[in-house]
Design a protein around this ligand. Sequence first.
Ligand code: AMP
Length: 215
Amino acid sequence: MNIILLGATGAGKGTIALQMKDRYKLPHISTGDIFRENIKNNTELGKLAKSYIDKGALVPDDVTTNLIVDRLTHDDCKKGFILDGFPRNNAQAKSLDEAFEKSGNKIDLVILVDATDEQIADRLSGRRVCENCGHIYHIVNIPPKVEGVCDKCGGKLIQRKDDSKEVIQDRLKTYHEITKPLIDYYSKENILKSVPGFVGSQEERLKMIDAMVNA
Ligand code: AMP
């Protein structure tokens, strides 16, 4: 099954994606993670992406789309995938549709992870990420057992540069102006369902997603 997770940055897509990845045995493809990995390794792509990411702006469409269209041809995507953070605007969604038309593939389900700006700003400013394994924590809601240390691998927990207050506001603006129209795009195709990002427990959310995946 080919799934897109849609929603504002910080709405909880990443956490949900990691749970879905284990549950449905599908690869989790996050454009943000791919860019961050490249920044960490100081690649050319990383250098380019950083100049946009640090400002809360989007990395150019051609770069991002080529990256994803290529990634989706890998063997692990044959049974499906979970796309997280892509597409992020109408142009990317159209490019994805065009690439799929050629390969005879299609998107089966788009899950909108819904949250208010206040919930998102609160979550992002408290978010900490393991610099080693990428596991996500929140200083209040999901604290690690030992402050600043990852429970899973002992790695150091850091705050992403783009989780600073100013950049969060820019990222939310980008979401409202550029990404939100995708809700309409996929509603028209009748494949959009939504789950609340923060209301209810993780188990309840997964039950809702199970129902969507098995519908
Ligand atoms: P995320 O981890 O999904 O919040 O992404 C972090 C940053 O990576 C975003 O604020 C953008 O600068 C960039 N990014 C991620 N996905 C895309 C995309 N589909 N198109 C352009 N830029 C992206």
